[in-house]
Design a protein around this ligand. Structure first.
Ligand SMILES: [Zn+2]
Length: 464
């Protein structure tokens, strides 16, 4: 094993391997096809058609390496979890390159046979949903094998009997690492094959690799690595494939602040997998692996996207001191390419023990429902829009608006004010402002506009 090449060095040269084909996370099967097809004529790789999805999309495996230890990786069995698919193509670029890391490639090639299955659920990816085209969660189908995509995964596991398996997902972006304010940017797990979480050699081998991945990741995201929930679920593939004798490593991509497209998390996936390949090729000897594994904090509790603290809320003649938590969910329009957001009030009251990705101390401020600007047209200039935000307006009435679901304006549009009521309540859209002698923050669809610094990006308003 060439000791002189570290994963950190490769990490630092990541831009050489970054697959530029993915401009963002919203790609589909048609986007990966040219990449897979280009590998068919590449002598370093062997591409096999494993089968087809419910809607007849091709599912491939891409093999690299001639070693005796077989490693199988599958990504995007949940269609709306694409981060690792991008990292797989970065990895393929790395394996295919010819540079100062050739010694490592030679070792990996000699020791390992690596099989990638990128995008196991192409129909789900097309719809940006978790399940397949007929609504089956493939990760609850390992026993019944009702879906063709599940049968494809089962067949290749049966055929290869790989020593190692990598189950690659995206997890809820609001999990915290250990329950504090740090998000769980990456969560790891050796899935269990019984309720007792029994350790056998198969799991111990997975844990050795996880310990090496964890040690690497601690350098880049200290305090933001978690252990995924340890609950036995025989219908899930991770648990079942472990039971069938493969050392499975679950890698879940979560969230990192200021990384909305998960580009850094994609890079962490890339580096984690290189570290894992090195570890496996070298025989995974980490003596303190179990200790390290046990010390990884659990996915703790859910963070909120935004918490505003210590607001005074006037209601029916009395004043109440409240915290307000807001979450913003991502949606896609009918073309599945355009993204928009809906921000709702998730909780009102004492949120002392909760954390937000963003938090604002509103001590001394009152909270009010956002105001509605009666205008008749949403065709107004940017200065006027800013003036409205500075004065606590969150909606504009436009009876002729052609927009349906959402608007690129930094305000919501109301088509008929008579039918509309803006209230500060749980599960309602987050449209309000916080003011003392003047308006300080205007929240539109969950996005914060800071009226004092005149900053804040309101990605879209909604149309009512
Ligand atoms: Zn998943």
């Amino acid at each position: 094993m060439p000791r002189d090449i570290t994963t950190e060095q490769i990490f630092d040269h990541y831009s050489n391997f970054y697959e530029k084909h993915f401009a963002n996370r919203r790609f589909n099967h048609a986007d990966i096809l040219p990449l897979v097809n280009s590998l068919k004529s590449n002598k370093n790789f062997a591409v096999s058609l494993l089968g087809r999805s419910v809607e007849d999309r091709e599912i491939f495996s891409i093999k690299w390496g001639e070693g005796k230890t077989k490693v199988l990786l599958w990504s995007q069995m949940h269609g709306d979890e694409p981060t690792a698919t991008m990292a797989i193509f970065d990895l393929i670029n790395f394996l295919n390159a010819d540079d100062e890391f050739n010694d490592l490639r030679e070792t990996l090639n000699k020791e390992l046979s690596i099989y990638f299955i990128p995008m196991l659920n192409p129909d789900g990816a097309e719809r940006v949903i978790r399940e397949n085209a007929i609504g089956i969660d493939l990760n609850r189908d390992a026993q019944k094998l009702a879906a063709p995509e599940s049968r494809i995964l089962k067949s290749i596991v049966d055929e290869l009997k790989p020593e190692y398996g990598f189950n690659l997902h995206d997890q809820d972006i609001r999990w915290s690492a250990g329950g504090g304010s740090n998000p769980a940017t990456i969560a790891l797990l050796s899935p269990q094959f019984d309720d007792e979480c029994t350790l056998n050699e198969v799991r111990e081998n997975a844990i050795k690799v996880i310990a090496d991945i964890y040690t690497l990741l601690e350098k880049y995201i200290p305090g933001s690595i978690a252990k995924y929930g340890e609950e036995y679920e025989p219908r899930s593939f991770g648990d079942s494939i472990t039971e069938w004798g493969t050392s499975v490593i679950l890698i879940e991509s979560g969230k990192r602040r200021n990384d909305p497209e998960k580009e850094f998390i994609r890079k962490l996936n890339f580096a984690s997998l290189i570290e894992a390949f090195k570890s496996i090729a070298a025989g995974s000897k980490n003596e303190s692996a179990l200790k390290i594994y046990k010390e990884i904090p659990n996915n703790g509790k859910l963070l909120y996207d935004l918490i505003l603290r210590n607001l005074n809320y006037n209601y029916a003649g009395s004043t109440y001191n409240i915290d307000v938590a807001v979450n913003i969910e991502e949606y896609f329009d009918s073309h599945k390419k355009n993204r928009y957001f809906r921000g709702k009030i998730e909780s009102i009251g004492d949120l002392e023990s909760a954390y937000g990705y963003d938090e604002i101390d509103c001590t001394g401020m009152n909270i009010y429902p956002g105001k509605i600007f009666i205008n008749g047209s949403s065709q107004i200039g940017s200065n006027e829009l800013r003036e409205l935000l500075n004065n606590g307006y969150t909606h504009i009435e436009d009876i002729n608006s052609k927009n349906h679901t959402y608007t690129k304006l930094p305000l919501n549009i109301i088509k008929n004010k008579a039918k509309f009521e803006n209230e500060i309540r749980v599960n309602r859209y987050a449209n309000f402002f916080a003011a003392d002698s003047k308006v300080n923050y205007t929240i539109v669809n969950g996005f914060v506009y800071d009226c004092n610094s005149k900053t804040g990006v309101i990605k879209n308003g909604l149309v009512f």
